[in-house]
Ligand binder design. Structure first.
Ligand code: ZN
Length: 417
């Protein structure tokens, strides 16, 4: 199984927007750009919402059938590890092995020595086509990087072998993610991580490093887009080199996590992808749930009351809701509107504060981020929330499709005419 050149992780907290999401990709295809959808959902999200991987498979299959989608699509077991992989085995055909927690764990001395020996030919300047100056490596730097990442790579290889044993070789896509950690990975670290994955025969097709700057959930990138450009360009060059020199799958590409709403980076990425013809995977998840809230607010009446109630309850439970996401959100409580104010808002005012329109004065990224993590409150409402989605499905679907297509896909992927 080989992942398409361009792919897009749609995610979907409540599993109701599959068709609206797929419609955005169908629009891209009509405009000349083929992008494969991947419904990604992590163990953390399943636990919070109370869903199972089988439901994601069902949603994906149903959306594909309903839309007559005949292109490839995937179901991604997102951020899984040894403790929770079993529940994903039958439903998923894409596995994101998250080994960020093992970064810095000591590796076996023999493994370290063997790896450093195997890398001796990389000492000096590694010339990477498309990257001025190449990458400089010393024996000491190689040992340092191996000391930091080799245990994590061995763990990824164990996870890969475990899933291969259950599902069969070539029956799934392998992603290795290291993004949920403090320090970004420099291009030479990515190079050596890919070398180690190749040595351990992991046919990695997507890799998710951590970039510098902040990738907070549901809001724009925080950092200098030109610094990101240099890093992204170097990583693309590393990947081309690793495919050729280490024999990794020819379609190996970068995967960008917390990828929704990074509006200041999309033109940069699009430009770099065009420059070298590389593929990309971008994961989004929470942005669709926020469009559900936009749609509910705009619908008014009981639907608006539900959106308001979710916010007011989230305000009271901020600490609890934010704690699983502490590293990937940045909320200033002083900038959050009070419950009384929000109760007096029109649906339009609620939607304007929430909607990610950087040019609008009404847009409030703190309000948006709190709602981003508040899906647990909606999950607790059970049928009341799900019935509201059903009752207002048209306006919600319209917002879901428009958000993915116009704000994300058109801005990011090359070739849309
Ligand atoms: Zn991630």
């Amino acid at each position: 199984m080989e992942i398409s050149k361009y792919s897009f992780g749609v995610g979907d907290r409540f599993g109701r927007q599959g068709r609206a999401q797929l419609k955005a990709l169908a629009q891209a295809r009509e405009k000349g750009c083929s992008i494969a959808p991947a419904w990604n959902k992590s163990y953390r999200e399943h636990v919070i919402v109370g869903t199972s991987p089988g439901e994601v498979r069902l949603e994906a299959d149903n959306a594909v059938a309903a839309c007559g989608w005949d292109g490839p699509y995937y179901v991604d077991a997102d951020h899984i590890g040894r403790d929770n992989v079993d529940g994903f085995l039958s439903a998923s055909d894409f596995f994101t092995f998250d080994v960020a927690d093992l970064i810095g764990e000591p590796a076996a001395e023999a493994d370290l020595r063997g790896f450093a020996g195997d890398c001796r030919h990389l000492c000096g300047t590694v010339n990477l086509p498309g990257l001025d100056g190449g990458i400089g490596l010393t024996g000491e730097r190689i040992r340092d990087v191996a000391g930091k990442y080799l245990a994590a790579v061995h763990h990824a290889a164990q996870l890969y072998r475990y899933v291969r044993e259950k599902k069969g070789e070539g029956a799934f896509i392998t992603e290795v993610s290291m993004d949920e950690t403090d320090a970004p990975q420099a291009p030479e670290e990515l190079l050596l991580i890919l070398k180690a994955l190749s040595d351990l025969h992991v046919p990695v097709q997507t890799v998710a490093p951590k970039f510098s700057g902040e990738f907070y959930k549901g809001v724009d990138y925080v950092g200098d887009p030109e610094v990101f450009r240099a890093e992204f360009r170097a990583d693309l060059a590393v990947i081309r080199f690793a495919v050729r020199e280490f024999g990794l799958p020819a379609n190996l590409k970068l995967s960008i996590h917390s990828g929704s709403d990074k509006f200041s980076l999309y033109p940069v990425m699009k430009n770099e992808l065009e420059r070298c013809g590389a593929g990309l995977h971008l994961k989004t998840a929470g942005t669709t749930w926020l469009e559900e809230l936009v749609g509910l607010a705009l619908s008014g009446g009981e639907a608006l009351s539900i959106a308001v109630e979710i916010y007011c309850r989230a305000l009271e439970r901020m600490e609890e809701l934010c704690s699983p996401y502490a590293a990937v959100i940045d909320i200033d409580p002083a900038r959050l509107p009070g419950a009384e104010d929000v109760r007096s808002w029109s649906g339009r005012a609620f939607a304007d504060a929430l909607r990610h329109d950087p040019s609008s004065d009404a847009y409030n990224p703190h309000f948006r981020q709190l709602l981003h993590v508040a899906y647990k409150v909606a999950a607790e409402m059970g049928d009341r929330y799900l019935d509201a989605l059903e009752d207002n499905r048209e306006v919600i679907a319209e917002n879901v499709t428009m958000n993915l297509y116009e704000r994300h896909i058109v801005e990011l992927f090359p070739g849309i005419t």
